[in-house]
Design a protein around this ligand. Structure first.
Ligand code: ARG
Length: 454
């Protein structure tokens, strides 16, 4: 491609370090689409003849068909997908192929291809997140009033419902969706026509290529267009935050599937056995989702660090932008799909959840609130009285609602027997009717609202 200036070919290691074809071949569809849009524009502007453009366009279709049928050959000599495609085109149609690269550089070409690829990747993630949300909503609805212990510091805190707990993840995923949509909208400008860095003297119609490739318009500054990888970083930060949410849910599944918790039984399809311990049912998929989140975060930090010291405009360091994005995308796709499958097929042990909610003094706050409401105590005093009741129940080895009335009276004479009404876990969750609270009616309303906005 640049033989005119060189007498010797590259060293073998030079060739190897320089080549991106082993990974950027994933962008062949985007590369062909970009070239087709470019040549159609060149023809419209009279920069290449209509006849040559038609030959090039048909030749590109042949190359694409060959890639689709036989795969993309990893020819290190041709360095990257852009050079490979052009070489294949020349094989097919001869020297007229050389007109395709008029008013174009690989710098604006790769920036365009990669944006197209990331845009497609976002659409795939959004579809997967929609399925994850549906799975969460279905299980939340099923368990809208299943009581479980809610935790702070991983200590039993107040009863909540499993539906409410699952809906918390629906909220997280909704924010993830909005981050990906936001990233998509921001990146949707076309770098093609920025050429190497300075723009070009050819009379291009950049609006035309932008439109043909589904962009909202052309990028506004040629230097920025060829050296900007914010769109990839936006993808990676959105992916990292999504992975972080999946990791928290995965961690909960790992805990919940453990014997001491026993909140969930993962289906056979989503469990693994041990080669030595026959009783084992390990939550490997959840653990790997948790693990993958670390790798995705690594991809994000990797590209941030690659970019942070680069002067304008293009430097070859930027070729290293693709592996972390491809890796993160593959890991994220697997993670979302695995989480969706686990959620859909898990058996929630609601009896066990209820039992633990009942035994952990989780309604102590309800008793304190009752003392404020019914007996007129200041909350701080009510807190103290309740603490003594919990201590006494613990001494007697009973639950709070099993503590005899005489014991309550001995602690504070201002009680009456209606206090027992607030000590059940069902009464507790039913009373949490503040907007966003765990009352089953609220959970059902939240599910309906989430379905509405899907
Ligand atoms: N393979 C290169 C990349 O991925 C394409 C752009 C090369 N441009 C250049 N001037 N060497 O970034």
């Amino acid at each position: 491609m640049w033989g005119g200036r060189f007498a010797e070919g590259p060293a073998a290691v030079m060739r190897e370090i320089n080549a991106s074809i082993p990974f950027d071949k994933r962008m062949w569809r985007q590369d062909v689409a970009g070239s087709k849009a470019h040549v159609a524009m060149l023809a419209q502007q009279g920069i290449v003849s209509a006849e040559d453009a038609a030959t090039i366009d048909a030749g590109l279709d042949t190359v694409a068909a060959d890639y689709a049928a036989n795969g993309v050959p990893e020819d290190l000599v041709l360095e990257d997908i852009h050079m490979l495609t052009e070489a294949k085109l020349a094989e097919g149609i001869g020297p007229v192929a050389g007109r395709l690269h008029t008013a174009r550089s690989r710098n604006d070409q790769v920036a365009t291809d990669f944006r197209l690829w990331v845009r497609d990747a976002i659409d795939q993630v959004l579809a997967a997140l929609a399925e994850l949300t549906s799975a969460l909503l279905a299980r939340a609805e099923e368990h809208a009033d299943a009581v479980m212990p809610g935790f702070t510091h991983l200590q039993s805190a107040q009863p909540v419902t499993l539906g409410h707990h699952l809906m918390a993840y629906v909220e997280m995923v909704a924010r993830d969706v909005s981050r990906f949509r936001d990233a998509r909208a921001r990146m949707n400008l076309c770098p093609l026509g920025s050429a190497a860095l300075a723009g070009t003297s050819f009379p291009l119609d950049r609006q035309m290529t932008a439109r043909a490739l589904g962009f909202d318009g052309p990028t506004r500054n040629s230097l920025d267009a060829v050296s900007d990888r914010d769109f990839a970083l936006d993808y990676l930060t959105a992916a990292t935050q999504t992975a972080l949410h999946l990791s928290r849910l995965a961690e909960e599944f790992v805990l919940w599937a453990s014997q001491p918790f026993g909140f969930v039984a993962l289906s056979d399809q989503w469990s693994t056995g041990s080669s030595i311990m026959p009783q084992k049912r390990n939550p490997d998929a959840a653990e790997l989702v948790r693990g993958h989140s670390g790798r995705i975060l690594g991809c994000m930090t990797g590209l941030m660090v690659t970019m942070k010291g680069l002067p304008l405009a293009y430097s070859k360091d930027m070729q290293d932008d693709k592996p972390p994005v491809f890796e993160a995308h593959d890991l994220l796709g697997l993670s979302i799909a695995a989480m969706t499958g686990m959620i859909q097929s898990a058996t929630f042990r609601t009896d066990r959840m209820r039992g633990l909610a009942e035994s952990g003094f989780a309604t102590a706050t309800d008793f304190a609130d009752w003392l404020v409401r019914e007996a007129g105590l200041p909350f701080r005093e009510a807190h103290h009285v309740t603490g003594r009741a919990v201590k006494r129940a613990e001494e007697l080895g009973v639950r709070l609602d099993e503590l005899p009335y005489a014991e309550f009276q001995a602690i504070d004479a201002r009680v009456n027997e209606s206090l027992y009404d607030v000590l059940s876990v069902d009464a507790s969750v039913a009373s949490r009717t503040s907007f966003g609270g765990t009352a089953p009616a609220n959970v059902r309303a939240a599910i309906a609202a989430a379905r509405e906005s899907l």
